[in-house]
Design a protein around this ligand. Structure first.
Ligand code: HGY
Ligand code: MN
Ligand code: MN
Length: 421
């Protein structure tokens, strides 16, 4: 690169700023699946991938897949994949997911500029949906690539009653939302050499240790639920306290149960991030209350035991308060271990560059979890500033950490050896 161009690190941060300009909201970043902002971000990513020297395709769920083709001298090259998601949570940060797309695009551009070809096809995937904001899904885009797409999801509706199938058809991707096209978008695991994901840590561990980078050991499994509690609407002024069937106070007790049970075991966490009294009025006892539950742990058994206790507890609270309750479970994603042979290759690069080889588990979910169902995976975490805050506009990284991560990634790619190779 010439000195007139921004550094590798700065160019990644600059592009994160540019991409964040495509938002569903004023004054913050929200990029939900298949909104106009999402389409603009997708088109921008296509352009950047092409400029970096990749051939680009869009699959049936809207993933943008850029390929930096292997050295033509290679007889039967496999595919090493990387990538992360470009959708966001509501009013989220600009690096969650996007760093794992923009950094490899910058790296491919640098390789191309230096005339370096790799002995394998290197694919950068911008996953169209991971956060579940619009359709309350989980790992939607990577599930298509991993051949795990659930066709029932096409009937799921968003807050405006639009089905996922209709939204996909309107988006006009290849296949226009047909189940066959979504199935055909799965990659053949036999062609893959592995999947590696760069991601902002989204927590304070690296920051507190003074380390720019960390190697992920495993990704905590997670389960999500939608709970609906039903009671009886009645007059707020005339119904005695002991004669109420109040859905909201029942839900409050259930939420406290989630907090209490998940506080009992290290690595176990439980969150109620959505809570509504549909059609509520200040002078009417709530007839219904709905809430989400997100439960995670470093071990599947710990998570499952907590879920069993919480669901039983919710039913007990509902029975005691004469409420009805339904607990709808979104497909859980189990704990995903990272592959030691890939972690070791990242560690060798860090060591060579004089960096500490620090390993840490991920409490957040990542596209790598779904890809781990079909291939070996590894993740490189980049230090998160501002106390480690994420899923928040305050999420930040430094130019120097982005540069170091990109340089490590270049070295990793240049020295990558397939499993057993
Ligand atoms: O919720 C998660 O862990 C991810 O960021 N979607
Ligand atoms: Mn996220
Ligand atoms: Mn993410």
């Amino acid at each position: 690169m010439t000195s007139a161009q921004p550094s590798l690190g700065q160019s990644i941060l600059d592009r994160a700023d540019l991409l964040a300009q495509h938002s569903d909201m004023e004054g913050g970043l929200t990029c939900a699946f298949l909104t106009p902002a999402h389409a603009q971000a997708q088109a921008q990513l296509v352009r950047w991938m092409e400029e970096a020297g990749m051939s680009v395709r869009i699959d049936a769920i809207g993933n943008v897949i850029g390929r930096y083709a292997a050295d033509p001298a290679e007889a039967d090259p496999k595919v090493l994949m990387t990538g992360s998601h470009f959708d966001t949570v509501r009013n989220g940060g600009r690096y969650d997911g996007r760093l794992g797309i923009l950094l490899p695009i910058a790296v491919v551009g640098a390789l191309r500029d230096a005339g370096i070809r790799l002995p394998y096809h290197f694919e950068v995937i911008a996953f169209a949906e991971e956060e579940g904001l619009r359709f309350k899904t989980s790992f939607l885009a990577s599930s298509v690539l991993a051949g795990r797409f659930d066709p029932a999801l096409l009937d799921r509706v968003d807050a405006d009653g639009i089905t996922m199938g209709a939204a996909l058809a309107a988006a006009g991707f290849p296949g226009s939302g047909s189940i066959d096209a979504l199935r055909a978008a799965a990659v053949d695991p036999a062609t893959l050499a592995g999947f590696v994901e760069v991601h902002i840590e989204q927590g304070p561990v690296l920051l507190h240790r003074g380390l720019p980078l960390g190697i992920v050991t495993q990704i905590a499994g997670s389960s999500r639920f939608q709970v609906r509690v039903e009671g009886l609407a009645s007059h707020a002024g005339t119904t005695p306290m002991d004669m109420r069937r109040d859905a909201a106070t029942g839900a409050a007790e259930m939420i406290l149960l989630v907090e209490e049970r998940c506080g009992q075991v290290p690595t176990l966490v439980g969150t109620v991030g959505q809570l509504q009294v549909p059609d509520g009025s200040s002078n009417v006892i709530p007839a219904a209350c709905t809430f989400s539950m997100d439960i995670r742990a470093g071990e599947d058994g710990i998570r499952e035991a907590a879920i069993a206790d919480i669901v039983a507890g919710i039913e007990k609270i509902a029975a005691r308060r004469a409420l009805q309750v339904s607990v709808e479970r979104v497909t859980p994603v189990n704990n995903a271990p990272c592959a030691r042979w890939l972690m070791d290759q990242f560690a060798a690069v860090l060591k060579k560059r004089g960096l500490e080889t620090f390993e840490l588990p991920s409490g957040a979910g990542h596209d790598a979890m779904m890809m781990q169902r079909i291939t070996d995976v590894a993740m490189l975490f980049v230090r998160c500033g501002n106390g480690g805050i994420s899923h928040n506009p305050l999420e930040t990284i430094t130019e120097d950490d982005a540069r170091q991560a990109a340089e490590v990634f270049v070295d990793f790619l240049r020295h990558f050896r397939p499993k057993g190779g």
